[in-house]
Design a protein around this ligand. Structure first.
Ligand SMILES: [Zn+2]
Length: 376
């Protein structure tokens, strides 16, 4: 099939820019798949740009050990504790100025009180204080993933109601040891997993926010951070690529969907993002997000699938990625660790991908290897 779209225009983000919603303001909920040109053409579940590239004689990406395709496992760390009085109190303080109506304030106070009671009850055993289980499950299939961490409440200038509430100095338990979030981050890094930046809602068009948040995470980690995924996928194709590049980030993995799966830009190969204002390529590569857990499994939004049907979608997309030797990028939120449907599906998927002989790499690793393909 020959593609009626201009692939270069697609990858530069021109179709996405043309189709942004008329009410696209910083406060607006993130526009999703229904605005996408490929969705309107019924092409969301195929990497049509890669198929077109190969049909014209382009050479496939080559993966280590002759593996047929790559898999990039990622996690957005939105929560580090289920019950934390401190984190709830920050949320309450953030919401106070906007909740002028007394009932909303009262509800907030009741919620804070309930959370304090839960925090005391679960003081020794928070259900989220076992993130080492993700590393163990991934090590079992020979994989390492990228964990995108929020840079800490204090490093964020302007807060949004969807933002995370933890500080890097907050206490957690990792692998049976009491520690701070910063210590957990260093330990995950030390074991060979990648730490990326998960910046706040309002960082998408603010280079000072982006730089400050990147610096805060780097200070906790003790080394440079090169990969990024915007929290909530809050991103503006006209400005965010430039903001991220200006802050010194080299790999982004934001460009997927919150309410669907598939190929937002028709590709599962990394490509260089484009500055639509300066009309030039930027020194930042995109590793597109293909499958997000919440898009498939949340009962209140998105595809609203059961585990079995979700797995069938994963199989279909994996086969599409394998046909073009691309990268299948998955996002699983670690705070769903104690939800059996989400956890069991993740374990089933990574076992299946191991059987398919995939090469597993972090965002930084797959971007470095996958961009070596030759153009026709
Ligand atoms: Zn997030």
């Amino acid at each position: 099939m020959s593609l009626s779209l201009d692939c270069q225009k697609l990858l530069q983000g021109r179709y996405e820019k043309e189709r942004l919603p008329q009410d696209f303001s910083p406060e607006r909920i993130v526009p999703d798949f229904a605005f996408n040109i490929l969705n309107s053409l019924g092409l969301l579940y195929r990497p049509v740009v890669d198929e077109d590239y190969l049909a014209k004689g382009g050479s496939r990406p080559v993966w280590p050990e002759g593996k047929p395709f790559a898999v990039c496992l990622t996690h957005d760390v939105d929560h580090v504790s289920r019950y934390s009085f401190r984190q709830s109190a920050r949320m309450f303080a953030r919401d106070l100025p906007v909740s002028r109506a007394l009932p909303k304030k009262a509800r907030g106070l009741i919620g804070l009180g309930l959370n304090a009671a839960q925090a005391i009850r679960h003081a020794n055993q928070d259900p989220l204080h076992c993130y080492e289980r993700w590393l163990e499950a991934e090590a079992d299939v020979g994989a390492r993933s990228t964990f995108f961490f929020w840079p800490g409440w204090g490093s964020v200038g302007k807060h949004h109601s969807s933002d995370c509430t933890y500080e890097l100095s907050d206490k957690v338990v990792f692998d049976g040891q009491k520690c701070t979030v910063a210590e957990m981050i260093r330990e995950i890094d030390h074991r060979g997993w990648e730490i990326g930046l998960h910046p706040s809602w309002y960082s998408f068009d603010d280079v000072d926010e982006m730089k400050r948040q990147k610096a805060a995470l780097e200070k906790a980690l003790g080394r440079e951070v090169v990969s990024v995924r915007q929290h909530f996928l809050h991103y503006d194709i006209r400005v965010t690529p430039h903001i991220q590049a200006e802050a010194g980030l080299r790999y982004d993995s934001t460009l997927g969907f919150n309410d669907n799966v598939g190929f937002r830009f028709g590709t599962c190969y990394p490509w260089r993002l484009y500055d639509l204002q300066a009309e030039e390529e930027l020194p930042i590569l995109e590793v597109p997000l293909i499958i997000q857990d919440g898009a498939m499994l949340k009962p209140e939004k998105g595809m609203r699938l059961d585990g079995e049907t979700a797995f069938q979608y994963v199989v279909q997309l994996t086969e599409s990625v394998e046909r073009v030797s691309g990268i299948l990028t998955l996002l699983w939120h670690p705070n769903y660790q104690d939800n059996p449907i989400w956890w069991n599906l993740y374990i089933r998927i990574i076992s299946y991908l191991k059987e398919k002989n995939a090469w597993f790499g972090t965002v930084q690793e797959v971007a470095g290897k996958g961009c070596q393909k030759k153009h026709p």
